[in-house]
Design a protein around this ligand. Structure first.
Ligand code: ASC
Length: 148
């Protein structure tokens, strides 16, 4: 029993899209994904402030923020269940549910680009490159799947 629980926990930790997230109503999913994106933006923005020279670069801070962004990036993907295109205050476009394959590909591109941040965080030039690549995937998804 203990083994089974440990195994289940280990598998859950490896699940890329946080399949454990479940929502009683559309508004709960909307709030969840917005909370995840908001936190991701905060920590990604701290890296952006470093690479753009608004705050001093520091490797430990960059690494901590990069690791948080990696974790957070995996959360919102499970929070676009069918029916959550409405039912709350959302800018998500219906295309997310109409062309799910395209949305999933764009989402996975973001997760992949964000995944390069921790290894780059120890070097300001590499961090700048990885940040730019990740930011482009954020923007790409916003352009196609988020209302202004
Ligand atoms: C950020 C942030 C985003 C992306 C996007 C990149 O810092 O909060 O949503 O970068 O603006 O174009």
């Amino acid at each position: 029993m203990k083994h089974a629980l440990a195994l289940a926990a280990a598998l859950a930790a490896l699940t890329p899209f946080a399949a454990q997230a479940q929502f009683a109503k559309p508004e709960d999913a909307i709030k969840y994904r917005q909370a995840a994106f908001s936190l991701m933006g905060t920590h990604f923005g701290r890296i952006g402030a470093m690479v753009n020279g608004r705050i001093p670069y520091d490797a430990a801070g960059a690494t901590a923020n990069a690791n948080l962004v990696v974790t957070l990036s995996k959360l919102p993907g499970a929070a676009f269940p069918a029916g959550s295109e409405a039912g709350g205050n959302t800018r998500a476009k219906p295309e997310i549910w109409k062309d799910t394959a395209k949305f999933t590909a764009a989402y996975e591109k973001m997760v992949s680009a964000v995944g390069a941040l921790p290894a780059a965080a120890g070097n300001p030039d590499q961090l700048k490159t990885a940040f730019g690549a990740a930011a482009a995937t954020c923007k790409g998804c916003h352009d196609d799947f988020r209302r202004d």
